[in-house]
Design a protein around this ligand. Structure first.
Ligand code: ZN
Length: 142
């Protein structure tokens, strides 16, 4: 493992916006507060969920859309930089009315019903993403 060291910055506890795109709502807040690096966890409910599953052999994301109401059982993610701009990466577990869950890499167009978030800002050198030829993913440049 390789890592960069950070110190804790501000901690925000927030309410996510009704009918907003989950990723955009968090990213807009981070831009507004000038948070460059952070991690967060969230819970709540979504009106629509769009996930991606990374096909490791093909090095490509397969998108999965669930156009139904689901609980956000767990959502965990981070904010770092990609091409000099704030970039959000989040994974989540969502449950339906039967309590059955599914999960994956959260994509744009995941629409919120309600949500609560705790976001921890991290202070340190900017953490940039770069293309990794081995995995095909944009990983942290460390
Ligand atoms: Zn991911």
């Amino acid at each position: 493992m390789k890592a960069k060291e950070f110190k804790n910055g501000r901690i925000f506890m927030g309410r996510l916006a009704y009918d907003a795109d989950l990723l955009e709502d968090i990213l807009n807040f981070a831009r507004e507060k000038k948070v460059k690096t952070a991690y967060f966890s969230a819970l709540g409910a979504a009106k629509k969920v769009v996930l991606a599953y990374y096909q490791q052999e093909a090095k490509a994301y397969q998108e999965l859309t669930f156009d139904r109401h689901m609980e956000i059982v767990s959502c965990f993610g981070n904010i770092t930089s990609k091409d000099g701009k704030p970039h959000i990466h989040a994974h989540g577990v969502f449950a339906d009315e039967q309590g059955q869950s599914l999960g994956g890499h959260i994509q744009p167009d995941t629409i919120l019903f309600a949500g609560e978030i705790v976001l921890q800002e991290l202070i340190g050198e900017e953490l940039e993403r770069e293309h990794d030829p081995v995995t095909g993913l944009f990983l942290w440049k460390i």
